[in-house]
Unconditional design. Sequence first.
Length: 213
Amino acid sequence: MVERFHRSFKAALKARLLGPGWIDELPIVLLGIRSTWKEDLDAAPALLTYGTNLRIPGDFFPSTSAERISPGSIFVRDLQENFRKLSPLSPVHHGTAKTYLPRDLMSAEQVYVRHDAHRGPLIRPYDGPFKVLCRSNKHFDILRNNKPTRVSIDRLKPAYSTDPKFPPTTVQPHAQTPHPHAQAPRVDGNAGGETISDTQSNTRSGRTIKRPI
């Protein structure tokens, strides 16, 4: 019992001490120990000894509303007030602009597809036209390179043609025209009527060009 008292007494004295003068702090420490409520006894030691509770120094002075405010407490109060004013902002949706869609796109049988990849100065901005296989509000399924391809509708525009089944246009190579000064092939009678092409040709200026046989 004495050891338990010494343990609590030593802990209270350590909490109170600010220097080597422990004797000056001894009365207030003992007063606190005698006035502390004991749960096992359901009373304070001073109440069991004197029949009444002891008045501690705080009971002699009335509490005042004017509190002593230190610069640190002012900083903490301002910091708490600033954090209390902070509130999360509502998210901003930047994609409010609607994409332009032609009116005839949902009923078009063929569509052009915008070429989004890097293109040179002579590359067309749209590819196609391509046949529409299936359509929805967000994408179209088209026949591209003989296989179904799903494309977003913001890349499409309707293709207008007289024949809806008209295939995509392709650039045909230019046919070679005969040279105006080229001579017609001659027929050699000694060869039994066989056609032998002439190895000579003339230029525009009249110069004769003899080709190797």
